[in-house]
Design a protein around this ligand. Structure first.
Ligand code: HEM
Length: 398
């Protein structure tokens, strides 16, 4: 067994998401590392190590929470659960978000997305994140899950606030506002019984007994948090990579059949969820390092997704590479339950954009830091269409 190198970074202290890529390179070079921060944890960042952990979810378990530091364990259903609980909980989502049901959602999603982008164009562009990136997944939560528009309107601020508190405060306290919101939604659904997914959940059974309100709230919390900011970040990154190389826009216009590959490369290259935790249930050896039972382990999906041992010229955005196998949605037992929906949303954005004038920067973007030590995407993305340029012919911002 080799000595374990000290981890050179603290995921809660990354204020410049761009600089994090260099840190991930360093981490991969070192192999498995250990940090004394946040109660102590191991870090896996090479593709082969992260995948090995994901392939062995009984050893690298989620049931003691997926956050480092370990706070609010068991907060989110199904993310923070192991089987048998996880299996029953996850089925409540996968039965609703099936390939067939997502296909059925496409006309409604397309209309909503086209409307958002047409509105953005009509007003001369603006901050993509605030004006399209955020409303898009929030509207999906209204259409697909059944949240009220007034409820989803509060998700972003409450989530951002909770991430700020998460490294030092109990997650239950940090998420109290969101919890209260989903509690009120459940109450509204009980009283008015709209024909939607939330109402359908109210009558469900888990292991032969009725699902409890507490379980329902934790499940809805997964939609509230996982369902909005990941997609917001992914669409922001997607627009960023489009405007940073106008040739990419030209190619997609000429060959719209490249759109799905473009979406996958955006996910690989940007890794909207950069890392997530596990806890070992037994002693395990990985990369020549013995990790004792009961250790927290950080899986750095962003590091794995740019590992040159798995992806040639991994630091380059290359739509032709075939990004299949990326870990932006995780892998295996906890692989993102909304992946197909998210991919569909991103594809529909591009399908609309290729019918419009080119997009370009209208000012300096801000790529932000790692929210909650995990979430990455532009925080401010001022864009316009070339048709929105001022009449004096002023060119793109750069
Ligand atoms: C581009 C957008 C998205 C990204 C990058 C993303 C990423 C992820 C990742 C990495 C995981 C795995 C966590 C782990 O390994 O423990 C995950 C899980 C999950 N995601 Fe997503 N997600 C996205 C969109 C969505 C959407 C739109 C929804 C629902 C509407 C959703 C719902 C979930 C749920 C419920 C889980 C937990 C699955 C389980 O534990 O079995 N996600 N997501």
């Amino acid at each position: 067994m080799q000595a374990v190198p000290q981890c050179p970074f603290d995921h809660h202290a990354i204020t410049d998401a761009e600089a994090a890529w260099g840190t991930y390179d360093q981490l991969r070079d070192q192999g498995v590392t250990h940090s004394r921060e946040h109660g102590g944890f191991y870090v896996l960042s090479r593709y082969e190590h992260v995948l090995a952990a994901l392939r062995d979810p009984d050893t690298f378990a989620s049931g003691q929470g997926t956050r480092i530091p370990a706070i609010g364990d068991g907060m989110i259903i199904p993310l923070d659960f192991d089987p048998p609980g996880h299996t029953a909980y996850r089925a409540l989502i996968t039965e609703h978000v099936t390939p067939e049901s997502v296909r059925g959602m496409v006309p409604g999603l397309r209309e909503m997305i086209d409307g958002l982008i047409d509105g953005f164009h009509a007003k001369g562009g603006g901050d993509w994140v605030a004006e399209v990136g955020l409303p898009l997944p929030l509207n999906v939560l209204v259409q697909v899950v059944g949240f009220a528009p007034e409820t989803v309107a509060q998700f972003r601020d409450l989530t951002a606030q909770s991430w700020k508190q998460i490294s030092e405060q109990d997650l239950f306290a940090a998420r109290a506002g969101l919890f209260e919101l989903v509690r009120r939604e459940l109450q509204r659904h009980r009283e008015t019984r709209p024909d939607d997914y939330i109402t359908s959940l109210i009558g469900k059974e888990i292991d032969g007994r009725p699902i409890t309100d507490d379980e329902l709230q934790r499940l809805l919390l997964a939609f509230a948090v996982a369902g909005h900011e990941t997609t917001m970040n992914a669409s922001g990154s997607m627009l960023r990579y489009l405007v940073e190389d106008p040739a990419r826009q030209g190619r997609l216009r000429e060959k719209p059949e490249l759109i799905p590959a473009f979406v996958e490369e955006v996910l690989r290259y940007s890794s909207p969820v950069q890392c997530i935790g596990r806890c070992t249930t037994r002693d395990v050896e990985i990369g020549g390092v013995r990790i004792p039972a009961g250790s927290r382990v950080l899986l750095v999906y962003a590091g794995a997704n740019r590992d040159t041992a798995r992806f040639d010229h991994a630091d380059a955005f290359d739509v032709d590479r075939g990004a299949a196998g990326h870990l932006a949605f995780g892998f295996g037992r906890h692989q993102c339950a909304g992946a197909l929906l998210a991919r569909t949303e991103l594809r529909l954005v591009l399908e609309k954009l290729v019918t419009m004038p080119e997009v370009e920067y209208a000012g300096a973007p801000d790529f932000g830091g790692l929210e909650g030590g995990a979430m990455s995407g532009p925080s401010y993305l001022p864009l316009r269409f070339t048709s929105n340029r001022s009449p004096d012919g002023a060119g793109a911002w750069r």
